[in-house]
Write a protein of this length. Structure first.
Lengths: 99, 130, 136
């Protein structure tokens, strides 16, 4: 958690995408840690987007009765697109002229 | 007793807390800010806590009180520069600072306040944890 | 358990709370706590020091560097001769949103410490002990 938060300071990131694609199971401890990390980042002035939540994990979180009050996206690409939108940026295709 | 300086920057009041405040000083700051807000009719309050290595429940309450009082005066409050270890501790303490917007630094805080003043419905800045 | 070093501070004024914070900060650094652990423990100390003044009528803070085989830590003991806490269990509930409640600092301070003990006799006084060990 500390690493992530220190990184926010160093990089000046306003948005943090936390990708949990590699997380197989989420128990109360893991979920609480995630919630605490998101809360801390917010207090510092950075918003979080979670990507890679699989249906089973979403189910577990609901089943555990936890409030994961943060925007989640299924894929990193979706999360990244949302982050760009939130920071008022746009990616567009460049015109490559034939030489 | 020392006094914490309050500066007017554009439409905002800027407070930069540089010292370990004792409770009486925190209360004095709260009162000072309220008074200056009314006097100057500032539209925003920016509180820079980047020099604070500690925020306990008293300071947390002070920040919440300032934000609540500012809201009554239709003023935006943004707290900037919270250090990671302070954020982690506040979360552990269970202090969520509801109703307080936060930003990474003074520049971004000012940008956020100006945006909030000009677009009261717009809402993309980071919020205090809930 | 071995007590390596002790310092005692008066806890009566709001300036004393600042002094307690600074002493706990220095001692936490000397014991080798990480920055996050230092911040947590100093914050816990601040909460209890304030309680000692607001609810205990003022008292003393004893800051001790302690060792047991294998680890080193810091123990803080806050004592007052105040009215005491009638219902410790109630005081330990998370009541942050209630204004002026005794419960405000204590559950938080407990979460920020490794060990937390409260002894209180209504009419006699209160003693709160907090311990934090250096993470190995």
């Amino acid at each position: 958690m500390e690493n992530l938060l220190n990184h926010i300071v160093r990089s000046g990131a306003e948005i943090v995408i936390i990708d949990i694609t590699g997380v197989r199971t989420v128990d109360t401890l893991v979920a609480q840690h995630l919630i605490k990390t998101v809360s801390a980042a917010r207090l510092m002035g950075a918003d979080c987007i979670i990507s890679g939540i699989r249906p089973q994990i979403a189910q577990t979180i609901v089943h555990l009765g936890l409030q994961l009050d943060v925007t989640s996206k299924a894929t990193m690409a979706d999360a990244f697109a949302l982050a760009l939108k939130r920071t008022g940026q746009v990616m567009s295709r460049a015109q490559i002229k034939p030489t | 007793m020392e006094q914490i300086p309050i500066l007017k920057v554009g439409r905002c009041l800027l407070v930069s807390i540089q010292i370990d405040m004792h409770d009486k000083l925190a209360m004095a700051l709260q009162d000072d800010l309220t008074q200056k807000l009314v006097e100057t009719r500032a539209r925003g309050v920016l509180i820079d806590i980047s020099a604070l290595d500690l925020v306990d429940s008293f300071i947390g309450r002070m920040l919440s009180n300032i934000a609540a009082m500012a809201r009554v005066l239709d003023t935006q409050t943004v707290v900037v520069g919270m250090r990671p270890q302070v954020a982690i501790t506040l979360v552990e303490l269970g202090l969520t600072l509801p109703g307080i917007r936060t930003a990474l630094d003074v520049d971004r805080g000012l940008a956020l306040i100006n945006k909030l003043i000009d677009e009261p419905e717009g809402d993309s800045g980071a919020r205090g944890a809930h | 358990m071995h007590v390596e070093r002790t310092s005692t501070l008066e806890v009566r004024t709001s300036e004393d709370v600042v002094r307690v914070r600074q002493e706990v900060r220095n001692r936490s650094g000397a014991v080798g706590f990480s920055l996050v652990d230092q911040t947590k423990f100093v914050t816990a100390a601040s909460e209890i020091a304030r309680n000692t003044i607001d609810h205990g009528g003022g008292g003393l803070a004893r800051i001790e560097t302690i060792t047991v085989p294998g680890k080193r830590g810091l123990r803080l003991v806050f004592e007052d001769q105040g009215p005491g806490i009638a219902d410790i269990a109630l005081a330990m509930q998370d009541g942050y949103s209630t204004a002026g409640g005794l419960g405000m600092g204590m559950p938080g301070a407990k979460r920020l410490s490794n060990e937390f003990y409260v002894e209180s006799v209504p009419g006699k006084g209160t003693k709160v002990t907090l311990v934090r060990w250096k993470a190995t």
